[in-house]
Design a protein around this ligand. Sequence first.
Ligand code: B16
Ligand code: MG
Length: 227
Amino acid sequence: MKDTTIACIFDLDGVLVDTAVYHYQAWKKLANSMGFDFSHAQNEQLKGVNRMRSLDMILNWGGITKTDAEKEELATLKNTWYVDMINKMSATEVLPGSADLLQALKDHGVKIALGSASKNSGLILERTNLTHFFDAIVDGNSVTTSKPDPEVFLKGAEMLDTAPQNCIVFEDAAAGVQAAIAAGMAVVGVGEAENLPGTDLIIKDLSGVTVAQLIALIKSKTEKRTA
Ligand code: B16
Ligand code: MG
């Protein structure tokens, strides 16, 4: 019988590193500067969503209307604060289990892609010493549509030269899980089950995930599809 081929596509923020806290601080500072605040539950909705769409959602929560030019300025200001924070990141901020799993996948010859909405992914990967693990990087600089659109993950599969059904996506955001499902990929949710409906597996973090477990996941999905 033919060996099961797998490829892995990792979201960045909330899966490999916890930059969500920095996004939150920068967006909160921006909202506060306009005289309003937003809740942790609202912040949860921003995860995986691109910069301009996040800004639109925040302005909507504050009941504020801005022109496109003003929005560009606000997004740039938020990004300046955010980049100041991520510039100080180091490898100690890589989330538990991430580096070990990436290394194990590499050792097994499994192809690895990044599938992130962030336009700052290059800097974050460099600061946290993760760049060398990736065979392909798809991020906010290379896609035209935001998660939950599947573009980011489909492009990842294409760059890894593999079919979507061989891919396992690791995601912490509902929008990302929807994108992976729409791409026809297996999806491992990182976080709480109630926030991430539709995943094939839910984990707290990447610690303890094995390559054998991931091969078994793709195998069982393939068998169900062909049954
Ligand atoms: P930037 P991911 C996403 O990263 C974040 O979850 C989301 O909160 C952020 O708005 C988005 O990147 C864009 O980030 O402003 O750096 O371009 O989870 O898709 O890795
Ligand atoms: Mg994320």
